[in-house]
Ligand binder design. Structure first.
Ligand SMILES: [Zn+2]
Length: 158
């Protein structure tokens, strides 16, 4: 975005030092708004995922309601780059398996499924693979959450 590559943006969002990004955000309103939106959404998704994680023993119907509420947060009317969407999916995953594992699973899946880049078909393939990998580590419910969330995000090719 605006001459800064996606990996640098992602590193910045993960809290790593990125002087180029910080300098850019001082004058670029568009990017500053995107970063603000991503951070706010990440906070919401973390909270929703924690609620889902801690909801053991509630009824299936109530769980579905909570899941829908969670996914509604993702249905805002903008398109994300695949890297931004990945960042958001990771926020959902963290409460279930920890930040380190969430990052590792996501990166391994990207390497395996997105070697051709992330066109919309590539994104669907990635989400499917991520969901299966998550399922084998964190269980069926979490895998399903990731699949539903991934497919409800609007992703454009970066
Ligand atoms: Zn910008």
């Amino acid at each position: 975005m605006h001459g800064i590559d996606e990996e640098t943006w992602l590193a910045f969002l993960d809290g790593e030092a990125a002087p180029g990004v910080e300098g850019h955000l001082r004058w670029c309103v568009e990017c500053a708004e995107t970063v603000e939106q991503l951070r706010a959404l990440r906070g919401t998704l973390l909270a929703e995922a924690r609620r889902l994680r801690d909801a053991a023993g509630i009824s299936e119907a109530r769980m579905e309601q909570m899941l829908d509420a969670c996914l509604e947060q993702l249905a805002c009317d903008r398109e994300w780059t695949p890297q931004q969407a990945t960042y958001l999916l990771r926020s959902l995953l963290e409460p279930f398996c920890g930040a380190g594992a969430a990052k590792t699973i996501t990166e391994l899946t990207i390497r395996k499924s997105a070697s051709q880049g992330f066109d919309p078909a590539g994104w669907r393939l990635f989400v499917g693979n991520l969901s299966r990998n998550v399922e084998s580590i964190c269980g069926i419910a979490t895998g399903r959450l990731i699949a539903r969330a991934g497919f409800s995000l609007s992703v454009g090719s970066a």
